[in-house]
Design a protein around this ligand. Structure first.
Ligand SMILES: [Ca+2]
Ligand SMILES: [Ca+2]
Length: 202
């Protein structure tokens, strides 16, 4: 691959990198940038919402996260939004979705990537990013919808739990359930903060 640099003709990738390094100076090491995520940087909440119309009956579990408006730190890897439910057999998964906004309510157009978490849980990778001193994923909501498939299950609650993990280094894989949400990082133990709420039920 060749790169064109002004006044220098065509450069190889290696030459371009060397010139770039000269121009920007030495890079700050990863360690110097690593710092803990403040405990009050964000909060989470969750609730069930009932919907009924001529097409059917649903219970939607929704978790929300919300960063402090003055907390601006979006960095790789993607943050993790996890929602886990425990529902009686009369209810089946009818979809999942997520949306995110900056603190002024502008919709986030960047990656919110669904992971494979099964029928009663949902995990999205949220590409936390900052621009113009604004965190583009300041707040958001994450929902799993359960539709009634059969009569019955009276008095049996639907339960759910919501988790959000903000992080600053490495890549991750996960395990999720009502009992917990665990991320394993390729980089070991990077600065990260997970918050969860108690199980919420109908
Ligand atoms: Ca906020
Ligand atoms: Ca992150």
């Amino acid at each position: 691959m060749k790169f064109a640099a002004e006044g220098r003709g065509e450069l190889s990738a290696g030459e371009a990198q060397r010139l770039y390094d000269q121009a920007v100076g030495p890079r700050v090491s990863e360690d110097a940038e690593a710092f803990d995520v403040p405990a009050n940087s964000f909060d989470v909440s969750g609730a069930w919402c009932h919907v009924q119309d001529q097409y059917g009956e649903w219970w939607n579990a929704t978790g929300t996260w919300n960063f402090r408006n003055d907390y601006v730190n979006g960095s790789a890897p993607r943050d993790a939004s996890g929602l886990a439910a425990d529902v009686p057999s009369c209810w089946v998964n009818d979809g999942e979705w997520i949306s995110a906004f900056d603190y002024q309510g502008n919709s986030y157009g960047g990656p919110l990537i669904l992971q494979n978490a099964g029928l009663t849980a949902s995990v999205f990778a949220v590409e936390d990013a900052a621009s113009n001193f604004t965190m583009l994923t300041d707040n958001g909501s994450h929902t799993i919808s359960f539709k009634r498939q059969s009569a019955g299950c009276a008095g049996q609650p639907l339960q759910a739990r919501y988790y959000f993990e903000h992080n600053q280094d490495g890549g991750w894989s996960f395990g999720i359930g009502i009992a917990g949400f665990s991320l394993s990082y390729s980089s070991g133990a990077p600065p990260a903060l997970q918050k969860a709420i108690q199980v919420f039920r109908t």
